[in-house]
Design a protein around this ligand. Structure first.
Ligand SMILES: O=C(O)CCC(=O)C(=O)O
Ligand SMILES: [Fe+2]
Length: 359
């Protein structure tokens, strides 16, 4: 999973790599007087070849002809489900998640899902971090705890007490201590993934069943079971055992990869999109196969099962600008003062939750 193309791209980029480069965000700051980011302009990209399932859904509702190679799966689900003729096992359900569900999942992805024992990309450096989102919004700073000597506990190595070496504290407190520190807001910006259920071990590229974990939350489990139905044989239930939550900021990409660490590839990966619009590339079984590009918007759901599990895929682009993010419905919904922090985050971010049956 998430393998890169090593050094091959320098000599002979594959068709998949060429497409990634084609859609990736590049800035043109030749004309800018200063090299500051706000003066940089994104280089425009030709999006005419990008498959747009929102307009395909409109075609379907109008009873107009669908684009070549796109099939609608009849009567399998409450909303229309589309397949691609030349990619068996790939399912696209545009706007499958209600606005309320999208907001709930965005909130959970930022608060509950990254909580220990679930792990995040920050674990390797800082160990388990509690309440990252709250701390970031309160302007807290993460400090190395062994330097946090309080007047009550002189010379106590607190890091030994509970196995956590880093703790959030106020900016003022942090500035009084000569210790390593990092702001919560910077950690939130750099949050790239969290893992739910059975924990994926990125260094060994496998699930580590001996790592402490909680079951996938009931509501997410039920949702995944419902959404998986179009890709499941009648009467067979999908068993969600693990999920990866990906967090994308502007300019972030997910390189072409296969998800091949699950035992039974006939079972789908259920993949939910939240927040800013993205481009998804669906390749073939070889990186040399030219991938198909499609938009993923907040609320869209993709299923990959069977042969589609053998297809390279990735996300070369997210659109974090107001014009192209297409999150007006979230802006209308997240207006309560308690929701502003979530809105601020999602206005420039995308979250993907992908749910898997491991065994
Ligand atoms: O972000 C996406 O839509 C795809 C995520 C993905 O492919 C993965 O996590 O394996
Ligand atoms: Fe994937």
């Amino acid at each position: 999973m998430y393998g890169s193309e090593n050094n091959r791209e320098d000599s002979e980029p594959t068709a998949f790599r060429r497409a990634e480069k084609n859609y990736k965000l590049y800035y043109d700051n030749n004309n800018a007087p200063s090299k500051k980011k706000k003066n940089k302009q994104p280089i425009p990209v030709d999006l005419t070849e990008v498959l747009d399932f929102r307009s395909i859904l409109e075609c379907h509702h109008r009873n107009s002809e669908l684009p070549n190679g796109v099939i609608v799966l009849q009567d399998k689900f409450s909303s229309p489900v589309f397949n691609l003729q030349n990619r068996p096992g790939f399912y696209f359900i545009p706007g499958a998640l209600s606005i309320e569900k999208q907001c709930d999942l965005i909130k959970e992805s930022l608060t509950d899902f990254p909580q220990p024992p679930n792990r995040t990309n920050h674990n390797a450096i800082y160990g388990p971090i509690q309440d990252l989102f709250v701390a970031a919004n309160e302007g807290k700073v993460l400090v190395e705890e062994k330097s946090l000597v309080t007047s009550n506990e002189p010379n106590t190595d607190l890091s030994c007490r509970d196995g956590e070496k880093w703790k959030f504290t106020t900016e003022k407190e942090a500035s009084l201590r000569k210790c390593r520190s990092v702001s919560g807001s910077s950690l939130l910006r750099k949050l790239r993934w969290s893992t739910l259920g059975l924990q994926f071990d990125w260094s060994n590229r496998n699930y580590n069943v001996s790592l402490q974990h909680n079951k996938i939350p009931e509501a997410l489990c039920e949702l995944a079971k419902q959404l998986a139905k179009p890709a499941m044989p009648a009467g067979v239930e999908f068993h969600p055992e693990a999920a990866i939550v990906n967090y994308f900021a502007s300019g972030d990409t997910l390189g072409g990869h296969l998800d091949d660490m699950e035992a039974d590839w006939s079972k789908p990966i259920v993949s939910l999109s939240l927040g800013c619009k993205a481009i998804f590339l669906l390749g073939g079984k070889s990186r040399e196969d030219a991938p198909l590009a499609m938009f993923l918007r907040s609320g869209d759901v993709v299923l990959m099962a069977g042969e589609a599990r053998e297809c390279f895929h990735g996300v070369p682009r997210i659109f974090a600008d107001k014009e192209n993010a297409e999150i007006d419905h979230l802006e209308t919904q997240l207006t309560h003062e308690d929701d502003i922090c979530f809105l601020k985050y999602i206005q420039t971010s995308r979250i993907n939750i992908n749910i898997r049956q491991v065994f």
